[in-house]
Design a protein around this ligand. Sequence first.
Ligand code: NAP
Ligand code: G4F
Length: 335
Amino acid sequence: MKRAFITGITGQDGSYLAELLLSKGYTVYGLYRRKSSLDFGNVAHIAHRITMIEGDLLDYPSLVAAIKESRPDEVYNLAAQSFVGASFRQPVATAEIDALGVVHLLEAIRSVKPDARFYQASTSELFGGVYDTPCNEETPFYPRSPYGVAKLYAHWITKNYRENYGVFACAGILFNHESERRGKEFVTRKITSTVAAIKHGEAECLELGNLSSKRDWGHAADYVRAMWLMLQQERPAEFVIATGETRTVREFAELAFRKAGYDIRFEGEGENEVGIDSKSGKILLRVNPAFFRPAEVNVLLGDSSKAKNELGWEREVMFSELVSRMVSSDIKKLG
Ligand code: NAP
Ligand code: G4F
């Protein structure tokens, strides 16, 4: 029976990955941070099937102890300060967790269990700057946020541990993936949870920042499958994981409202743009400049041909279904 150690297990991806590995018969260990109230987040429903180990990416001794206890065949490093917006306000904490935290973990692996296979959660934010064509493994990086820069260090140190020390270290360059378990500060879940609140009469209007920003959005359950596949290959490598389609925030919001029974038409431009309910004439969506970022990644679009050819990976959840699932789940939760 294989043993896996997952950092970031309480987050969105950690929970889907834990479910996947449990279904494959793995013994699963997960790292959780000490908080003022004990909370296993998205894995509360399966916590009894996982050995939860207290620790922190910032604390090297706790990582050494966790690797000693779990003796993992596979380590998935999903832990991070993962919100780009917060990285502009907390650049130092983001660098410490997302960059230095990774080398702490790699060192712990190297000294305790050097044959463990390692997955690093790299990101399409590495590409950052505007590319008109889909980005693949050969596209140059140009991070545009403290988060992107910290993840760039993590990406290269992962590759270095492979080249310098022979660690089986892979990095998945994953484009945005969302789900019913997505944190509510990310734009998709902010949209679906607010649309649900409007539907239930608990909110009047959705306030967003840059509506023209474009993202390549898939479902997290499909993306964790790609992480696992990477660690089952003969040789470690980097892979881009994406849908190959890109949509604006405006399109996501329009569809989310439609799934909840509202037909929205957009009027105005820039900061004055609003989304009006065709039936009632009420403004249901406004632009609020407070949600703009100091530097924006305007377009993200990925080309995952390598993953399709070498891993046999394909997404199963299409864009419309992703939005449907998130809206239904949020409406149900409030109901
Ligand atoms: P998420 O929901 O924000 O989860 C982040 C996890 O990291 C949480 O479990 C959090 O624990 C943990 N964590 C944060 N700081 C930590 C620390 N110092 N020590 C230990 N654990 C810590 O993120 P996600 O969406 O699942 O993303 C998973 C990974 O993929 C992240 O590294 C993210 O940067 C990367 N990524 C995500 C996407 C995406 O679209 N979702 C795309 C590309 C890459 P708490 O519960 O205690 O906060
Ligand atoms: O949902 P977001 O906050 O995700 P972002 O910045 O693309 O980052 C996510 O995906 C990355 C992969 O590309 C991950 F590495 C990262 O960990 C995270 O999971 O914002 C998406 C877009 C941005 O352009 C943002 O400016 O939506 C725009 N946006 C417009 N209004 C908004 C809002 N974003 C948020 N969070 N809130 C708004 O009100």
